[in-house]
Design a protein around this ligand. Sequence first.
Ligand code: C5P
Length: 320
Amino acid sequence: MTTVTAVTVRAPAKVNLLLAVGPVREDGYHDLVNVFHAVSLCDEVTVRGADSGRAGAGEAVIDVRAAAGGLDAHLAEVPRDGSNLAARAARLVAREAGLPEERARVRIRIDKAIPVAGGMAGGSADAAAALLACDALFGAGLDEATLRALAAELGSDVPFPLLGGTAVGTGRGEVLEPVPARGRFHWVFALSERGLSTPAVFGEYDRLRPDAPQPHGDAALTAALGSGDPSALAAALRNDLEPAALSLRPDLARTLEAGREAGALAGIVSGSGPTCAFLAPDADGAAGIAEALEKSGACERALTAYGDVPGARAVTPSTP
Ligand code: C5P
């Protein structure tokens, strides 16, 4: 029998095509209708058994590196202790598999291509990847429903990167239903040097929208996804959190304007921001918009990507 000593899993970022936000609930969350779209910016998470001595019982040693240019400044914001979502994922898998604490010690390496605290669910992608990697490393054999439940326990956005593609999330965003999307949509993501706190953006939303109605879906968006027509999709993009993100970061208005001027079909704040997402007519258009955005000085760095893409997948189960 061979023993798996390290597992690498790649998981995608998301952009929200529709983020309809209801009033705040008693538990502090908001009911959402959240159409997630997985894009080809992916983090890679490698999990291996920890050297004894470097980690305490059940703790993870975390190493984070930039896998894409322009992300170095972001890395400082990634927690290196047990509060990192990937480390929490490792503990949950160990608990579920009934492992003794010393077997749950792991070293986690995260190669980051997804902006940190950027509204693209990078931390959630890392958590989803760590769930799959630990399941394989520990030989836990957890089924899909269990992994999805653990993901929802870790955060509202964690189940989606397990699934990938395009999907509508209801409840606090964790109850997922796939939505068929035809063809490939081309995106540009304008990165910001500093991140935004998701709870702060939701808090600002509550201040700006004390009268928020119950959220609902949009048939025009579903039709646009089914048609594969980027212009129709551009017309249907909507993010209720955008005014709150702009209120906290007024400079993003200039970034949105610069992308639209550069030929984007639409520009929108991604999730709770501050990353701005631009839908391009095609791949060449996306490259041109990214170049123009960087030249304009309205953003630090612009990355191109396409969607949708599949959810978290193992890249290399390595053996000794
Ligand atoms: O679920 P997660 O821990 O990722 O959520 C982070 C924060 O985002 C929550 O503490 C809450 O402030 C906000 N949130 C919300 N409603 C949601 C999802 C997240 O208010 N549906």
